[in-house]
Each structure stands twice: as structure tokens, then as C-alpha cells.
Design a protein around this ligand. Structure first.
Ligand SMILES: NC(=O)C1=CN([C@@H]2O[C@H](COP(=O)(O)OP(=O)(O)OC[C@H]3O[C@@H](n4cnc5c(N)ncnc54)[C@H](OP(=O)(O)O)[C@@H]3O)[C@@H](O)[C@H]2O)C=CC1
Ligand SMILES: O=C1CO[C@H](CO)[C@@H](O)[C@@H]1O
Length: 348
């Protein structure tokens, strides 16, 4: 007897939603049964690529179906809370892209709804599933660096894409640009420094190269403080070229340096490495499995199949999603005030 597949509905079929659809298609035990997008033209593309799926311009059609177990929401960020609430109210499990929501209160609300309804809530911090970035975590947890004291997460890249109807360049619909991508790096800071407890404060600065749009900040840097004087630096520039991401970890006994480069974030042909030092010898650590956000999506879908079907744990929960949003909110407040912001100020 074959095990029944986990049936996915997908809301949003833009640049990233299409990658989600392909990842679901490639995942053993997953089936894409329905897709929703806003425009007729996007729906026509979805029908052509996935003729077996039901496609609609109204996401409520998808939520009304009995044959959808889990809904994958890949929408412009200002729609996350409204649509995710509708998903949970329809009794479906939920995979919600980052940023979980635009405010901490909205994140709390979704976490409450998911737990009241006994539904799974996973957030799209898929970089945690990378063979490269998770190897860094594994080596920290195994004690290679001793006590981790300093973490740097840095990205230099091309400017953001506009997004459908230009939502990514509209502050009301994107929230802010910290929520757009540095949010992944705040998630890393908290993950890599988990031995120091939860983050204590954030101090950040940013600037824009567009005089008419100071709110769209191309260059952004933050220091996240943890207990015991441990801290992380998160830094991103959108005024650079290609896509180059670095993680460095320094501890009491050793250090790690991981790097990922590609022509763009979604490239299938990246270069990457991990080097370590125990204070004397520098070693190249082999990373056998290819890594990149498109590859990590496949691991994310496999994680959800195991969670829905076999009750296995999620690596990226609603609690993680809320903390990431909270750090971004604190960072934005710090940029605006010029002062460090204690996490207690943004967590109700
Ligand atoms: N975890 C990660 O690494 C990444 C996460 N993201 C996140 O994913 C989300 C989507 O980003 P991206 O794909 O780049 O955005 P796009 O603008 O490329 O796509 C948005 C999609 O949402 C659809 N849409 C908009 N409004 C509605 C609606 N009311 N009902 C149904 N569909 C609607 C659009 O439809 P139409 O095409 O018809 O206009 C479009 O298909 C964002 O939250 C972003 O932050 C993005 C990239 C990577
Ligand atoms: O990881 C990412 C890559 O870049 C996108 C924007 O272009 C972000 O939305 C996203 O979170």
C-alpha cells in the first residue's frame, strides 16, 4: 500500500512562488493540487506549467477545497497576516514566507490561531536547511569554536526586484527593507548564538542612495547584543553586484568562515566554501550537497511532508518567525531614533 501524499495549495505564483511550485513538484510525497494568483495572465502561466492543478484568481477557492492539507503562502509581505489568518481559519496547515508578518502583534496573532486550531505553522527561513549554513550551526553546537562570542552575517548584492505591481519598492506594502532580506541574517544571529539565550538589544544604522526615497535603505548594518557580551553583526548592501554572502564565527577556541557566491540569489550554479581554524591549522571543510535558496526550498518541502505526515518537528517555526520580525522592528526603530533598542521594547 502506498502512503498518501501531502496535498499542497500555493497562494502566490510570482518569482519566488514559481520556485516553490517547482520544489513541491520535485518533493517525494508532495502533490501540488491548487494554485492562486492575482492576475489572469499569471494564472494562465500556472495552468500551463501545472495542468493537473486547479488555478484561481481567488485564493478563497483554494481554501474551500477538501483536498488541500497545507497551504504555502508566497505573497507580497503586506498580505501575509490577512491571508495566513484565512488559511488557519480554514483548518489548513501553513507554510508562510518570511517576513512572517509586518508587526510582532500580527505574528502573535498567527501563533495563537495555529496553536488554538492545532495546525502546523512553518516560516520560510529556508537558509537554516542549507548544507553550508547548517554545517556552521552543527560545528558551533559540537563545540568546535568553544564559546561563540562573535558572529558576522554579511551580504553584498544587486538591488531588489520590484515585485508584482512594484510592491517591494512601496514602504506600505514591503514594511521596510530590513524585513525583506536582513531578516534571514537576524534569524542566523539568534540561531548561531542560541547558547547565549535570546537577543537583548539591537543597534542599527542605514542609508539610502535614492534622495527621494530615504525610507528605502540600500545599506544597512546592525549589532545584536546577547547575554555575556556576545554579539552579532548583520550587514547588507543592495548597492553592490551579484550575490555574495559571508558568515564568520569567532569563539574562545576556534573560528569558522563560510561563504556563498552566485550571479543572483536564485542561481543554480553557486560557489561556496567553509574554512575553519583551531588557532593553529586552517582546514577546508567539504560541503558535499549543493546549497542555495532554490535548493533549500526542496528541503523545506520535504521537512513539511515529514511534519504533516509523520509528525516530525519543524526547523523554522512561528516562534522563530516572530523573533526575526521583532529583531527587524527593533532595528528599524534604532535606525529612526539613533539609539539602541532593547528587545523588551518591541516584545509585548
Ligand atoms: N525565503 C526567501 O528566501 C524568499 C522569500 N521571499 C518572500 O516571498 C514573498 C513573495 O515574493 P516574490 O515571489 O518575490 O513576489 P512577486 O511580486 O514576484 O510575486 C507575488 C505573487 O503574489 C501574487 N498576488 C498578489 N496579490 C495576490 C492576491 N490577493 N491573491 C493571490 N495572489 C496574489 C501575485 O500575483 P500576480 O502575478 O497575478 O500579480 C504574484 O504571483 C515575499 O513575502 C518575499 O519576501 C521572496 C524571495 C525569497
Ligand atoms: O532571500 C531573499 C532573496 O531576495 C529577495 C528579494 O530580492 C528577498 O525577498 C528574499 O528574502
Amino acid at each position: 500500500m502506498t502512503t498518501p501524499g501531502v496535498r499542497f495549495g500555493l497562494i502566490g505564483y510570482g518569482a519566488w512562488g514559481q520556485c516553490h511550485a517547482e520544489a513541491i513538484r520535485k518533493t517525494d510525497g508532495a502533490e501540488l493540487v491548487a494554485i492562486a494568483a492575482k492576475s489572469e495572465s499569471t494564472c494562465a502561466s500556472a495552468r500551463e506549467a501545472f495542468p493537473e492543478a486547479a488555478v484561481s484568481t481567488d485564493y478563497r477557492d483554494l481554501l474551500a477545497r477538501d483536498d488541500v492539507d497545507i497551504v504555502d503562502v508566497v505573497l507580497p509581505s503586506f498580505l501575509h497576516h490577512e491571508v495566513a489568518s484565512a488559511v488557519l481559519q480554514a483548518g489548513k496547515h501553513l507554510l508562510l514566507e518570511k517576513p512572517m508578518c509586518l508587526t510582532v502583534e500580527q505574528c502573535d496573532d498567527l501563533n495563537r490561531q495555529a496553536s488554538a486550531g492545532g495546525r502546523l505553522l512553518a516560516i520560510g527561513h529556508e537558509l537554516r536547511l542549507s548544507s553550508l549554513w547548517s554545517k556552521v550551526k552543527q560545528m558551533i553546537d559540537e563545540g568546535f569554536v568553544g564559546e561563540p562570542q562573535y558572529v558576522l552575517v554579511e551580504l553584498s548584492r544587486n538591488p531588489y526586484r520590484l515585485g508584482a505591481d512594484g510592491w517591494r519598492y512601496d514602504i506600505d506594502r514591503v514594511g521596510n527593507w530590513i524585513l525583506e532580506e536582513p531578516i534571514h541574517f537576524f534569524d542566523f544571529a539568534r540561531w548561531y548564538l542560541s547558547s547565549a539565550g535570546e537577543p537583548v538589544s539591537v543597534f542599527a544604522t542605514a542609508n539610502s542612495r535614492q534622495p527621494n526615497h530615504p525610507e528605502l535603505q540600500d545599506n544597512f548594518s546592525a549589532i545584536v547584543k546577547f547575554n555575556g557580551g556576545k554579539y552579532a553583526v548583520v550587514s547588507q548592501s543592495l548597492s553592490m553586484f551579484e550575490h555574495h554572502q559571508t558568515v564568520k564565527v569567532a569563539g574562545t577556541k576556534g573560528s569558522l568562515w563560510a561563504s556563498w557566491s552566485g550571479a543572483m540569489d536564485r542561481t543554480l550554479h553557486p560557489t561556496f566554501f567553509l574554512k575553519t581554524s583551531d588557532g593553529e591549522t586552517v582546514t577546508d571543510i567539504p560541503i558535499e550537497k549543493i546549497t542555495g535558496e532554490v535548493y533549500e526550498l526542496e528541503d523545506e518541502m520535504a521537512m513539511l511532508v515529514r511534519a504533516v505526515r509523520d509528525d516530525k518537528p519543524l526547523m523554522t517555526t512561528g516562534a522563530d518567525g516572530k523573533w526575526s520580525v521583532a529583531m527587524c522592528v527593533a532595528a528599524q526603530r534604532s535606525v529612526e531614533t539613533g539609539n539602541p533598542v532593547d528587545m523588551s521594547e518591541v516584545l509585548p
